[in-house]
Design a protein around this ligand. Structure first.
Ligand code: 5GP
Length: 194
């Protein structure tokens, strides 16, 4: 997505060689017009997947996932990150290691919002090692539902999450794929239609 590439190039801040800060349009302040275009792109790419529901992880996945759900005309469900759970009877719970916080947290979804047989499209803002995405996959499977696909706004292709998800057989669509990051330059993997 050219507009997304331009935005990342112009406004992204590289922290170390592994982390990209995009808090001007995605992770803190949000650009609604860009989010709408992102939602449209995901909806187009997964148009044939018969999606029943969109699932993301709070909080940064919500904006792109909401726009995708709006275009697909499905509900949006976001998994919650919670600490020290006691009552888990009515929840699907998975432990997920956070790349940015470098700690594990429990990720939960109420059992009443995922049903067997539903086709669930997983959306997230970033893909690094795949921990968040695999956590959501485990929740979908625990519900007896099906993963329709995985849509990622920014995939850091130099980390192994994309490879692991694709090798596991999931259809992963990333709108920007970053080959390498440095303070001087953000290198993209060019994709068809760019
Ligand atoms: P993973 O679980 O694939 O290792 O990492 C993805 C999750 O960590 C995303 O949900 C995202 O919130 C966060 N994340 C990973 N890498 C980055 C990054 O470079 N920048 C930002 N802002 N978040 C990231």
């Amino acid at each position: 997505m050219r507009e997304l590439h331009d935005k990342i190039r112009n406004e992204g801040i590289v922290l170390g060689e592994h982390v990209l800060k995009v808090d001007t349009f995605l992770n803190h302040q949000i650009d609604p017009e860009l989010m709408m275009k992102i939602g449209q792109q995901f909806a187009d790419r997964f148009a044939d997947a018969a999606v029943d529901k969109v699932l993301t992880l709070e909080s940064s996945g919500i904006a792109p996932a909401l726009m995708t759900a709006l275009v697909l005309r499905t509900p949006l469900l976001f998994a919650r990150k919670q600490k020290s759970l006691t009552l888990t009877d009515n929840l699907f719970v998975e432990s997920v290691y956070s790349f940015t916080k470098q700690q594990k947290s429990d990720v939960t979804v109420s059992r009443k919002f995922l049903s067997p047989g539903e086709k669930v499209l997983i959306i997230d803002d970033f893909l690094a090692h795949g921990e968040a995405a695999f956590g959501m996959v485990r929740i979908v499977k625990a519900a007896g539902a099906e993963v329709a696909g995985i849509g990622i706004v920014i995939e850091k292709s130099f980390q192994d999450g994309g490879r692991k998800l694709r090798e596991a057989g999931f259809r992963v669509e990333s709108l920007a794929r970053i080959a390498s990051l440095s303070a001087e330059r953000i290198e993209f993997i060019q994709q068809a239609g760019m």
